[in-house]
Ligand binder design. Structure first.
Ligand SMILES: [Fe+2]
Length: 261
């Protein structure tokens, strides 16, 4: 992707999101500005992972375009449903693709690259990426999933540390404060697999679910970032002293260390 094309997409994106931010209430404005900042940081993450993997500058720009658009559906989602919970509203990836098609934002982008961007967005939030996806799209779908997770960990690590001062129900998906963790969530972690959103009941389930994402990472540079930024440790800090929860976290940390050997 040429540099002027990526620059154009970035201009288009910032024009597109402004009316949503201005129209939202105070909690919505905060949440949407967080999404804007998240998009920028996912862009940095994807470039950093891609650079470590030796991507060409053109592919790095394509990766940046994937990051730029991966959560575009969040803005329309909040406008229509006042939530970021896909379970209680709509799949934000599908909604984002609809918005991109409707606005013809990618009209000037090479056809093959458009397909890669659409495919990566469509699968960025799926439980699993179908292995049958054709190779370039599969690669970029895996890249965005890694880059996105790194930033979601960062956001929640920060959030859980200051939640006593600023609690935000949109961030917490309106989950219960009951300190326990649900059995199916713990079981997934003990098996070294990703926990399922459908099993979420408590806020601590949500933290464990996020930790279980380490079992879905694709690239070594992402594992390195998880370790360097101490992301799991930061999320785990706010857990109660429950031995089962602690064991699940320990297994996840050991898994990450193993990927770096
Ligand atoms: Fe995201």
């Amino acid at each position: 992707m040429p540099p002027e094309r990526l620059a154009h997409l970035k201009f288009w994106f910032s024009d597109y999101i402004q009316p949503f931010i201005h129209a939202a209430d105070a909690e919505g404005q905060y949440a949407l500005r967080q999404k804007q900042a998240h998009t920028a940081r996912v862009g940095q993450n994807i470039v950093s992972i891609g650079t470590s993997l030796g991507l060409s500058t053109s592919d790095l720009r394509l990766a940046e375009a994937v990051a730029l658009f991966h959560d575009i559906g969040r803005f329309k989602q909040y406008e229509r449903f006042h939530t970021f919970s896909d379970r209680h509203s709509i799949n934000h990836a599908a909604l984002g693709l609809r918005e991109l098609n409707r606005s013809r934002a990618m009209a000037g982008v090479d056809r093959q690259q458009q397909r890669i961007i659409r495919c990566a967005i469509a699968h960025h939030n799926a439980f699993q990426v179908p292995a049958l996806l054709h190779a370039p799209a599969l690669f970029f779908a895996r890249l965005i999933r890694d880059a996105d997770k790194l930033d979601i960990w960062h956001i929640f690590a920060d959030y859980f540390q200051q939640r006593q001062i600023h609690q935000n129900n949109t961030m917490e998906l309106n989950l219960s404060e009951d300190p326990s963790c649900s059995k199916p969530i713990l079981k997934a972690l003990f098996h070294g697999t990703m926990a399922k959103l459908a099993d979420l009941k408590t806020l601590n389930d949500f933290k464990l679910l996020q930790i279980s994402w380490v079992y879905d990472l694709n690239f070594k540079p992402t594992f390195e970032a998880v370790c360097q930024r101490a992301l799991i440790e930061q999320i785990a800090k706010s857990f109660p002293r429950d031995t089962e929860i602690r064991a699940a976290v320990r297994i996840a940390r050991e898994f990450v260390s193993k990927q770096l050997e």
